[in-house]
Write a protein that binds this ligand. Structure first.
Ligand code: SF4
Length: 240
C-alpha cells in the first residue's frame, strides 16, 4: 500500500456530436495547463489495488479527508488481505475521516472478496493482462465503483490511455465546448465524448489532474475567475 497525494490555440474540427465548433482542442488546453501546473508524475508501476482503494475513498469527500482515511488504513493494516479479513466495525473506524464510513467499509470488503474470487488473492495486478474494456467491466462490477473510479484506476493505476471525468472536468469541459449536456453529474455518453477529445492530448493524465486544479482555482461551479484563468484566451465561455 503506497502513500498517495492528489490534488489532477488552434481551433479543431468537431470530434463528437456534442463537440462545439468553437471549442479548442485538447492539445492547446493541455499545454496551457502544463505551463501553469506542471506535469503529473505517473505512478502506474505501483500496486493497482492501492489506486482502487484511494479512489474509492476519494469519492464524495475532500482530498484532505481522503488522505486522512487512507493514512489511517495504512497505519493499521500491512496488507490488503488483512483489510479483507477485518471486522467491519473496526474497518469503519479506520475510514471515518472520509465520511460514509460504514458504506465505504462494506464496499471495500466486498470489493476485496470479489477481487480474490477473480484473481485468487487481494491483488489487482491481474488487470494488467486484460484489455481496457475487460478491465473497465470488471472494475464496474465491484461495489462502490462507478465510471469515474474505474477509469481513474485504468489511467492512474494501469498507465493506460483512459480519461476519467469528475464534476470539475464535467463543468469545465462544458464551458470549453467539449460537450453540451446539462446537469452537474457526468453521464456515460458525456464522459465518452469528453474522453474522445481529451485523449488527443500527449499526456491525458496531467490533463485530468490539471483540469481539476483549474476547476478549484479559477472555474468553480459558482463565479468564475476568467480574467486570471490560463485558458481565458482559448475558452469560448471566457468572460472579460
Ligand atoms: S476562461 Fe472562465 S469559463 Fe473558461 S475555463 Fe477559465 S474560468 Fe472557466
Amino acid at each position: 500500500m503506497a502513500p498517495r497525494t492528489r490534488a489532477t490555440a488552434s481551433l479543431a474540427m468537431p470530434r463528437s456530436p456534442t463537440f462545439s465548433t468553437k471549442a479548442p482542442s485538447a492539445s492547446p488546453i493541455a499545454e496551457l495547463l502544463l505551463a501553469r501546473y506542471g506535469a503529473y508524475l505517473d505512478e502506474s508501476d505501483g500496486p493497482v489495488l492501492d489506486q482502487l482503494a484511494w479512489f474509492l475513498l476519494s469519492t464524495r469527500t475532500t482530498v484532505e479527508n481522503c488522505e486522512a482515511a487512507y493514512a489511517s488504513l495504512r497505519s493499521r493494516f500491512t496488507t490488503w488481505a488483512e483489510v479483507a479479513e477485518a471486522q467491519p466495525e473496526y474497518l469503519g473506524e479506520c475510514l471515518k475521516p472520509a465520511g460514509l464510513y460504514r458504506t465505504r467499509a462494506a464496499n471495500l470488503k466486498a470489493a476485496l472478496a470479489a477481487i480474490a474470487g477473480r484473481f485468487g488473492s487481494a491483488s489487482l495486478e491481474g488487470l494488467r493482462s486484460l484489455s481496457d474494456e475487460d478491465c473497465e467491466a470488471f472494475l464496474l462490477s465491484l461495489p462502490g465503483v462507478g465510471l469515474k473510479v474505474a477509469r481513474c484506476v485504468i489511467s492512474f493505476g494501469l498507465g493506460r490511455r483512459a480519461f476519467a471525468v469528475d464534476a470539475h472536468i464535467w463543468r469545465i469541459t462544458r464551458r470549453l465546448g467539449w460537450h453540451a449536456i446539462a446537469g452537474g453529474a457526468p453521464t456515460r455518453a458525456g464522459s465518452d465524448a469528453i474522453a474522445m477529445v481529451a485523449l488527443e492530448a500527449d499526456d491525458p493524465l496531467s490533463l485530468h489532474v490539471n483540469l481539476i486544479r483549474l476547476g478549484r482555482e479559477f472555474c468553480p461551479a459558482g463565479e468564475t475567475r476568467c480574467a486570471l484563468c490560463p485558458l481565458t484566451g482559448v475558452c469560448p465561455s471566457a468572460r472579460s
